[in-house]
Design a protein around this ligand. Structure first.
Ligand code: LMR
Length: 398
């Protein structure tokens, strides 16, 4: 059957990693995929995860299935993390959470659930957005549209244009919003801008779907949830996709959660009954290991504190690399002003490097950057920063 079939294109992000792995250049640098590397260029297992895994190994008595929605204690841990332990949403039982295979799984399950009950809805994503968003929602059956988000001239949010578009979105539609550390731009909404977006959501009645993949990478685990708290306080329906790939370093364990917020406990129970039917026909029930490790950490004050400290270290290392890149380019006499990179948040910078420069860096210096110019700053280390700065400076001068 495959004789007549054309190969599919490589994935824009993970395909780059495949090419990187095959590259024999000893100086190669992967600034593509959003995976954290420490100062030695390794993606570490967090110490709190090692401790939790040890405890899990010693105490786990069964490998029986988890419930379709995952362990209820995990769901509570996720809700406390994204809303705050004192949140009314939790007290009133207005939200339900299913343990999903990563943030991607959460987005897809949420997409299928929405499509089931809103078959004519369009799904709106920021322009630009994570390369996989459109594919996930298109695969769930949505027509996907863009709303303006990034302004290349100011390197900030094109807020007036964004608001003008959000004002016109139909109440039947769904709007995907990045809670913090916007992927790919690194440019986030301010608290006041979030208030405005929330006002529009309430007034127009479209459904907000919050992608929360980088909690802790912006300002801190608690500070980063400010938008989620605002939406929770508004008493409206919305969705949150959480990923623990980055903040718990659980990339390969595919650990995440979908939280559906409704306006009453009864509605939340109805939502849970339907989301379980979607999970059952997709992957039946979630993989347990990463979720159980995260659950141990979230339930243990000392481990949780250790985790928050480790997330802070990651955040600060990435911030230091932002500055090192900007200073390094300036020191090499690059005319272009890259100081905006310091203000961006999270793992990524929408660097403004053209596709020609990105291609030149890959072909001539084995430096891998996603098309469109997104740089993963967590791939920069004290050992490769000079090489990367020299190479970018040379590419820009050519
Ligand atoms: C990224 O944006 O690079 C990460 O979220 C990894 C992925 O799955 O694309």
């Amino acid at each position: 059957m495959w004789k007549e079939i054309e190969p599919a294109p490589a994935d824009a992000i993970l395909g780059l990693t495949e090419a990187f792995k095959k590259d024999n250049n000893p100086k190669k640098v992967n600034l593509g995929v959003g995976v954290y590397e420490d100062g030695q260029g390794k993606t570490p297992v967090l110490k709190c995860i090692k401790a939790a895994e040890k405890r899990l190994l010693e105490t786990q008595t069964t490998k029986g299935y988890l419930p379709i929605s995952g362990d209820p204690e995990y769901s509570l841990g996720v809700q406390e993390l994204i809303f705050g332990a004192e949140s009314d949403v939790i007290r009133e039982g207005r939200a339900v959470t299913v343990h999903s295979p990563g943030g991607t799984g959460a987005l897809r399950v949420g997409g299928e659930l929405l499509k089931k009950f809103k078959p004519n809805a369009k799904l709106w994503v920021s322009s630009p957005t994570w390369a996989n968003h459109k594919g996930i929602f298109a695969a769930a059956g949505f027509a996907v549209e863009d709303y303006p988000y990034y302004c290349p001239e100011t390197h900030g949010v094109a807020f007036d244009a964004m608001v003008a578009c959000l004002e016109k979105i139909s109440p039947d539609d769904v709007v995907l919003l990045h809670v913090c550390c916007h992927n790919p731009t690194g440019v986030d909404l301010s608290a006041t801008q979030w208030d405005r977006v929330l006002d529009i959501a309430v007034k127009k009645g479209w459904i907000p779907f919050l992608d929360f993949a980088y909690q802790g990478f912006g300002e801190g685990v608690e500070a980063d949830r400010i938008a989620v708290e605002k939406f929770a306080a508004a008493g409206i329906d919305f969705y949150v996709a959480s990923s623990f790939s980055k903040n718990f370093g659980l990339y390969c364990e595919r650990t995440g959660a979908l939280t559906i917020v409704t306006t009453s406990k009864e509605e939340a129970e109805t939502a849970m009954s339907h989301v379980k039917t979607i999970v059952r026909v997709n992957y039946s029930n979630p993989p347990s290991h990463g979720g159980l490790a995260a659950q141990i950490i979230l339930q243990d004050e000392a481990l949780k504190e250790q985790w928050m400290g480790e997330v802070a270290e990651i955040r600060e290392r990435i911030k230091a690399m932002r500055k090192a890149l900007v200073d390094g380019l300036a020191a090499r006499g690059v005319d272009q002003d890259f100081s905006f990179i310091i203000e961006q948040r999270g793992m990524f910078s929408f660097s403004g490097l053209s596709d020609e420069v990105v291609a030149w860096l890959r072909e001539n210096r084995a430096i891998y950057i996603v098309k469109g110019g997104r740089i993963n700053l967590a791939g920069l280390t004290p050992s490769n920063i000079d090489y990367v700065c020299d190479s970018i400076a040379e590419a820009l001068k050519r």
